[in-house]
Write a protein that binds this ligand. Sequence first.
Ligand code: HEM
Length: 227
Amino acid sequence: MLNTLIFVVLPYVALALVLVVTPYRFFSNRLGWTAYSTQFLERRTLYWGINPWHYGIILILLAHLAGIVAPGVMKRLLGNKDALIFLESVGLGLGFLALFGSIILLLRRANSTTLKRLTLVSDWVLLLLLITQTATGVYISLFMRWGSQWYLHTVVPYFYSLISFNPQLEYMADFPLIFKLHAAGAFLIVALLPFTKLVHMLYQPFTFLKDPPILYRWQSKPKERVG
Ligand code: HEM
């Protein structure tokens, strides 16, 4: 029952929400479809949260994707013991970096009255979910060795079975609960994507290349500034 919920129901519901809600929100209210920057209110702590978070998590997600897009190449690469140890160590370092960044992002909001006022329930939920997701990932990497290898023989065929609308639960059914939580967390994050700040994942990589950076200027004199 739990397996069916996590590995069949959740991924398809998440996919349906992304496919239906994302274009709906984009076309019904383009201005609300954004990540509401708070950089102009506080930037020093943001720097120490956002950089470790993004550099860590983007590379880790690309590694997750590499196994799905090029399983043959990854199998050959990770079949070499030195490459396996090297890549797992780099992955672990990146995992800790992302965990550090995400915790800083949460504390930054929790410790500022001004930011707290501007933080929506969806922002808190998303941050807590991302921290949990990163923490369970680091746990798996540390205590269920060698994840990058067994991922190729379990998660990858499961993903292919999902994509071909013939989900094969047997690849995932016997994993420990912590792994199931990691998978459920991932599908939940995808499901929440169109409702939260995370929508910026869909446009930021493109606008970043196209648009000039936004420059915020205070209109008051420095002494009159609030926050
Ligand atoms: C929102 C999506 C996801 C995020 C943010 C995420 C995040 C992470 C992080 C931070 C790590 C730790 C990396 C390290 O320290 O080496 C990790 C590891 C791992 N994740 Fe995910 N993950 C996601 C989706 C998934 C999914 C859908 C699966 C499979 C069903 C999965 C399976 C794994 C495995 C097997 C590891 C261990 C890799 C290793 O030991 O090298 N992840 N994940």
